[in-house]
Write a protein that binds this ligand. Sequence first.
Ligand code: OOG
Ligand code: MG
Length: 253
Amino acid sequence: MTQGWAEKLEEARASARPVTPFTDSHSDFTLDQAYGVQEEGRRLREAAGEVVSGYKMGLTSLAKQRDVGVDSPIQGYLLASMERDKGAVFSMEGRIHPRVEPEVAVVLGATLEGPDVTLQDVMHSLDRVVPALEILDSRFEKFRFKLPDVVADNTSACGYVLGTEPLDPERVNLLGITVRKNGNVVTTGAAAAILGNPFLAVVSLVHALADQGRALEAGQVVLTGGITASVPFTAGDWLAASWPEETLSFVAK
Ligand code: OOG
Ligand code: MG
């Protein structure tokens, strides 16, 4: 049933022409099948020379679950080509309907693998915890989808920006974030919105990767999930997310 769906999504991404959600015509599309489509998409991108730089957890906060009307966490992969420098111009060329959201990014200094990895293991393996922005761009029309659709579409992954100022892992829960669009505050949040503790998202990821026979490798980036609802933007907009430590911003052009 899902034959050719990864190619269809890849074509939508490359041509910036969105498609209708698969669940519109196939209400029996399962989450398992969706991860299969995501995996096939990953193979296509790797065959085209792309390199996986890490992973992203999605829908780990209530704000995000409400944002897209979906109620359980999901995961996707990140590619090295998705990374953007902070403060850089974000090109709208080839984009469909991008949105941005503030996240906490985690990089481990040691590889973690298996279903028994604990929060303590993650805390003992931290290399870097930094503020991040994720840029989403759903390959589905009107940014509308059900859970299996968005999983197949690599959880709308499009780009990410990493901060350079380390966040104290013990204090990260308490940090407040303000998101501005063209200078106006559009949303605010706290990192505790991520499952009560963003490092729990890393634990969930390691467990999910174990199911796929994969490890979370030292040096790979993990985006732990949007803290607030995502903010749509178009050419000419200036977006900024301020943490106590650092402001991450870009201009869309
Ligand atoms: C789905 C991707 C979710 C997050 O951080 O929750 C996600 C979407 O909102 O399009 O990246
Ligand atoms: Mg996200």
